[in-house]
Design a protein around this ligand. Structure first.
Ligand code: GUN
Length: 283
């Protein structure tokens, strides 16, 4: 059997088209939706991510600003920049690209962003709202995964979902969102003993560890939905996820590819968070 492919590029385009419509509706009411992006330092991967995020904003008609700050920017300078963006009514969403240089306290920076403009959903206030079932901003990657599961028609109510990964950006919020959707959730991670004993019982697997070929065909129940959040370079230098795609796609019922799976959806959900923030300002 060969799994159905959940096409992240196509779904992300649909999401962007819907956002573009909402951006135009707000513009008709005199509001230009704005996202401010800050990049500190010259991490090449971050530079690519940020460039793509700005490009997405242009496509849907949002105004985006990009602050490229040097690697030796002080924490105080960065906090002052965030304070200015918090106070600017033309900015509805703020994103500080992570990771930050080691001399800057990431937690302090995230907490300096106004929770009402926290387009990443990383502020403790937004984490708490998600935890208590009243989300304002949902972190973009797990939010995109939920959209993909919905689009694929994967039933979640009563299903067993296994999340592999426990990061604040993906694993933990993913588990909360699956739980809210009625799934029974197991959180596994790099230290989990006998990972296969958990994944083999799963109806849904979300792999988000950052280790190529972590999930192989023998670890997957036939017909399960497999979502690959991983972004790794294989031995051949090619981009690959955490899932052995060739093998697992013979067993799974539905699967996301890398590239062209979760990545484009993460970017699309940032636009959704930003338009939602702008709409809340005029509500
Ligand atoms: N670095 C890797 N992923 C992300 C993300 O989703 N948001 C931000 N701000 N930085 C990241």
């Amino acid at each position: 059997m060969s799994a159905r492919i959940i096409d992240g590029n196509a779904l992300a385009q649909t999401v962007r088209n819907e956002v573009a419509l909402r951006v135009r509706r707000l513009a008709d009411r005199g509001v230009q939706t704005g996202l401010a992006v800050i990049l500190v330092g010259d991490n090449p991967a971050s530079a690519v991510y940020v460039r793509n995020k700005v490009k997405d904003c242009e496509e849907v008609g949002m105004v985006s600003t990009l602050d490229r700050l040097p690697a030796d920017t002080s924490e105080a300078t960065l906090l002052a920049r965030i304070a200015a963006l918090n106070a600017n009514p033309q900015v509805h969403g703020i994103l500080v690209q992570l990771p930050l240089p080691a001399h800057i306290d990431e937690h302090r920076v995230i907490e300096a962003i106004s929770p009402a403009k926290d387009a990443d959903g990383f502020h403790v206030s937004n984490v708490g709202l998600l935890m208590t079932g009243k989300p304002l901003f949902r972190p973009c990657t797990p939010y995109g995964v939920m959209k993909m599961l919905e689009h694929a028609g994967t039933p979640l109510e009563g299903a067993h979902a296994v999340v592999i990964g426990r990061s604040n950006i993906v694993g933990k919020p993913q588990a909360l969102m699956l739980l809210a959707a009625g799934a029974t959730v197991t959180i596994c991670h790099s230290r989990t003993r006998d990972l296969a004993s958990h994944t083999r019982r799963a109806d849904v697997i979300v792999a988000a560890v950052g280790k190529a070929a972590l999930l192989t065909a023998d670890m997957v129940k036939p017909g399960a939905t497999v979502i690959d959040v991983g972004m790794n370079r294989g031995a051949d230098g090619k981009l690959c996820g955490d899932v052995d795609y060739a093998g697992v796609s013979q067993v799974a019922g539905a699967i996301t590819p890398v590239p062209g799976g979760v990545g484009p959806m993460t970017r699309a959900m940032l636009l959704v968070n930003t338009i939602e923030a702008a709409e809340r300002c005029v509500a």
